[in-house]
Design a protein. Sequence first.
Length: 305
Amino acid sequence: MAKPTYKQLLDAGVHFGHLKRKWNPKMAKYIFTMRKGIHIIDLNRSLDEMDRAGRAMKALARSGKKILFVATKKQARDVVAEIARDVNMPYVTDRWLGGMLTNWQTIRRSVRKMQSIDSMLSDSSLSSITKKERLMLTREREKLERVLGGISELNRVPTAIFMVDITHEHIALSESKRLGLRTFAMVDTNSDPTTVDFPIPANDDASKAIEIVVRYLAEWIKEGLAERNTAKAEEDAREEKGDQEQGRASAPSFVGPAPTAAPASAPAAAAAPASELAATAPAEAPAPAATEAVEATEAIEPAAE
């Protein structure tokens, strides 16, 4: 993952802030100097905050969480929508509807309505409506797609939200804070960085500056998604291996065929070993009665002499 250089940030105009009379004093620690009445943002702090926010986004993506990208400013719409689609994240770039997070059930009903209109228009058997009714449905569908198309695949409230210009997106920020979402944002010199969990001091009015910051954060998200897919593949491989081992252990042992009857020559063959055993067996000790008879004979012979 290539980190933006200072030259790239300067060429994109990330360092430009607002006029001094518009500044927020809480942004003082992110301001490097002032030139011709315009504050200059410290790019060292910008890079540090970009890395900090990127690591947090990577952790969220690795755990399977969703991050909502919000950028309704004209110069940020196309860039943010393209990058959000690239990393498969929801986005809002046309207009923020009041209650889009806090009134989530109503928003979901509108999304389902848009999907039902899609199915109606794609159904070739729908011939009972007039041309005017079809045109009205098409216009309503385009309006819903423009506003809700970026969150049509979002089934629940996202875990985090990324905003471009929190002053412009103050409604989205207030709803996020109310629901306790983790907040990321590009913060210019006229904004309050303390209202955001991960503020990124940068110029939020230039499309090039917005693009270079958002693309860098998207690289962190891609890395987190790649690690998640790798871990999932390894887990599936381990489960498959465990199932195979369990199946092998529970398989029944092989039972061979019953032994066949021995042929007629089997007793003779068995007798040979028996005779061999008899020949090699030690001689039995003499019986006690025979021993006494021998001793008696030996005692009588000297007496006869």
